[in-house]
Design a protein. Structure first.
Lengths: 255, 485
């Protein structure tokens, strides 16, 4: 059984159709990269999968670990193990990172009928993962994303992913805004999380991230549909030839 | 699948949890307001002549105000006309407890406070808090009096203070809020029936938090209490005030006065968690909370801090203020005011700078949900004498939904060029993006709202004593239930 199975997905925002019949299958253990021009619908796909209510699904089917994802609300999908690293992480003034993350983890644990983590259980793990991402411990007492630099925000997303240990992680342009060192650190964080039980959907514009996170598959999203799919070499080809080439050479792919 | 709208609706059905009525025999005076009623109240309370005179004076002034201009109209509130002759101005549990011992309090009343989570039994109290419980018009119990008395701290009901410490009452009563101050202050001065009295002697740091818990129980009564706190030179006291009322269809009037006096180097910290019955979703019933609170920093280096969390009442009209008379004195006002459903609040502060190098800080957080209307009204006045005065004002509003309103009216008057003023203001909405972010991490909508709001109020909550801060957070969560749609 596939971890994520998207069939003929159509979705619109404010009456505009953005996704126009998208098919994609991700198996556990695989890393899929999604590329594509600005405005082609990459973040829309991520938002729809995370069940954001401002996006309306008009057609199609999505199974997540065998369950109907489109029947879930955002917190249900999250508790079922779907994680979205935001392209633009949101600030929550007055709430510390540590408190926020522990609340999130406890919400998920509660959903699965598990005991809550107290601060004593949580902190050692949190500090260890912060070290992995080479983050300053001071950040844990600061308000969520407030006053964080662009790079710190992105690292914080990956830190949350590392703590929540989702089944499917969707990273929306986590590499943009990162300096070279941060890019390596974030990629290492992601690689450390790779496991036969976990799938990744990595949205990016740049090959440089894929140099670190070697994807199993690369897809090009154009105008709300997957225009082309292939192996890692597709990303290199795109980098050399541009999206125009991918659009012209649209092909139908085996699932 | 349950959409967030459904969750919210079901939560909106939740009721005010403090709305029960206690069945006890009351001793009440007939409805209406006139000199005979005042004489009757004063006689019931066995008051000395100076108190009766003081009350009658206030009543005459109030009649004059009622004839001439009536209740103040400048606030941004819609208030149904109040028939002051239809109110009974004195209601007391019939069996008057001897104030010396908790065992003498009507067990029904003790149970009421237990139910409210305020056990009056000293064994059960957290040892860090002494409580004065005011039930309708009278104080029914004061805990830990003996322990406080050892240090010379007087903490008792106002009635008892009038009997036992008339010289202190005479000296300070009305010295901060004179009966001429405003319509409701005049009314209160005429009819107030009880309240708390605190005196902390020179150099004493009060060893525990002092707290008054107000409860309106009887129907068709008002509650008019008066609190007076005096911190003598170098003294420190932290005082907490909490309140609830039963659910009733008609509006009930609560017109209290609080006066604080801080002498040289003294410090008073006054915290309120106000949770009067707010009325139902359509705006029927609820408490009219018209309160005058003012502190005078009379001495040098004195400090008065007001912290309030206002979640209840149909209408709130209150401006806890500081008169900064002593040189280097400090005034602070930290406020969270939440209006949900049809609640209205017009609240803020006044900082009057008179002494040199006086400093004031104002942090106001207004939260509006449902059809709630929330107004911040603040005045900062720097007089000529206030050389080197400083004020910092931060005033933030948070809107939940699009049918509520937030309004800000800052009044600034500077008569000394050396003053330094800073003002920051913001209005924001709980964003769909914030909610989505928290939900994407697994949190339920109502927990997400509550987290965002608590974060918004953080700078105020951290001013509250620990125990109260936890209560305030929970209360905010409950008051917000049903606010996102
Ligand atoms: N809330 C919205 N309201 C209106 N239009 C929207 C909304 N969200 C997305 N769109 C539109 O949908 C289209 C796809 O947007 P989306 O963010 O999915 O693109 P993207 O592929 O992630 O682009 P980028 O590479 O720039 O991040 C764009 O034209 C965008 O303007
Ligand atoms: Mg995008």
């Amino acid at each position: 059984m596939a971890l994520l199975e998207i069939q003929n997905l159509h979705a619109s925002v404010n009456g505009h159709e953005i996704l126009k019949g998208l098919d994609l299958t991700v198996n556990a253990g695989e890393v899929h990269s999604i590329m594509g021009p600005n405005g082609s619908g990459k973040s829309t796909l991520a938002a729809v999968l995370a069940r954001r209510e401002t996006y309306e699904v008009t057609q199609g089917r999505v199974l997540f670990d065998g369950k109907d994802l489109l029947e879930m609300d955002p917190e249900e999908a999250a508790c079922e193990g779907l994680f979205l690293a935001f392209q633009y992480p949101v600030e929550i003034p007055g709430i510390s990172n540590a408190y926020f993350l522990r609340s999130a983890m406890n919400a998920v644990r509660k959903y699965h009928g598990e005991d809550e983590l107290d601060a004593m259980d949580f902190l050692p793990l949190y500090k260890e993962r912060m070290k992995l991402l080479e983050m300053d411990e001071q950040l844990m007492n600061r308000s969520v994303n407030e006053g964080f630099s662009g790079g710190e925000k992105k690292r914080n997303e990956i830190l949350q992913m590392a703590m929540l240990e989702p089944k499917l992680a969707i990273l929306d342009e986590t590499d943009s805004g990162l300096d070279i060192d941060a890019l390596r650190i974030v990629a290492n964080g992601v690689n450390a999380m790779r496991s036969p039980k976990r799938g990744f959907l990595v949205i990016t514009h740049y090959q440089r991230l894929l140099n670190y996170i070697a994807p199993d598959f690369v897809h090009v999203l154009v105008d709300g549909k997957i225009a082309r799919s292939g192996g890692p070499e597709l990303a290199l080809e795109l980098e050399a030839k541009g999206y125009g080439w991918a659009e012209e050479n649209e092909q139908v792919l085996p699932a | 699948m349950s959409s967030s709208v459904d969750t919210i609706r079901s939560l909106a059905e939740q009721e005010y949890k403090w709305g029960f009525v206690t069945q006890i025999d009351e001793d009440r005076v007939p409805k209406g307001l006139n000199e005979d009623i005042i004489r009757l109240i004063s006689a019931r309370k066995n008051e000395p002549q100076f108190m009766l005179e003081w009350r009658l004076n206030a009543l005459r002034h109030w009649f004059k105000m009622a004839r001439e201009e009536g209740a103040p109209k400048w606030a941004n509130l819609k208030i149904a006309p109040i028939d002051y002759q239809a109110i009974s101005y004195y209601s007391a549990p019939k069996q008057r407890p001897k104030l010396e011992s908790i065992e003498d309090v009507d067990p029904e009343i003790l149970r009421t406070y237990e139910k409210l989570g305020i056990p009056l039994d000293e064994q059960k109290r957290l040892s860090g808090v002494a409580v004065d419980a005011v039930f309708d018009s009278v104080s029914v119990a004061t805990t830990f009096k003996g322990k406080l008395a050892e240090m010379g701290v007087i903490f008792c009901s106002f009635s008892e203070a009038v009997q036992k410490h008339p010289e202190l009452v005479k000296k300070y009563l009305g010295s901060v809020v004179p009966h001429t101050d405003n319509f409701y202050a005049a009314l209160n001065a005429a009819v107030f029936t009880d309240g708390s009295f605190v005196y902390v002697p020179k150099g004493v740091r009060c060893p525990m938090e002092l707290s008054t818990y107000f409860r309106i129980n009887a129907a068709e009564t008002g509650q008019f209490e008066r609190t007076l706190i005096v911190a003598d030179e170098g003294a420190y006291v932290s005082y907490l005030e909490g309140c609830t009322a039963p659910i009733r269809d008609e509006n009930q009037l609560h017109a209290a006065v609080v006066e604080l006096v801080a002498l040289d180097n003294a410090q008073i910290k006054y915290s309120t968690v106000q949770n009067w019955y707010p009325g139902d979703k359509e705006g029927r019933g609820g408490i009219y909370n018209f309160v005058t609170k003012r502190g005078k920093c009379l001495g040098v280096n004195s400090k008065i801090s007001w912290t309030q969390v206002e979640t209840g009442s149909a209408i709130t009209w209150k401006y806890p203020s500081c008169i900064l008379q002593g040189d280097n004195s400090v005034g602070e006002f930290y406020s969270v005011a939440l209006t949900n459903n049809r609640q209205q609040a017009d609240t803020g502060t006044k900082m009057i700078h008179i002494g040199k190098n006086t400093r004031s800080t104002i942090v106001s957080k207004g939260i509006s949900a449902g059809f709630g209307q929330n107004t911040y009204r603040g005045q900062v006045k720097i007089l000529k004498s206030a050389v080197g005065a400083r004020n910092y004002t931060q005033c933030d509003s948070l809107l939940i939904g699009d049918k509520c309103g937030a309004h800000t009216f800052p009044y600034i008057e500077v008569r000394n060029a050396t003053a330094r003023m800073e003002h920051e203001a913001s209005t924001s909405k709980i964003g769909e993006n914030q909610l989505f972010y928290l939900r994407q991490r697994g949190m339920k909508t109502e927990d997400a709202v509550s987290m965002i709001v608590n974060g918004f109020c953080k700078t105020v909550f951290k001013e509250l004593p620990m125990e109260f801060a936890v209560e305030a957070q929970k209360l905010l969560g409950v008051s917000l239930e049903g606010s996102v749609g």
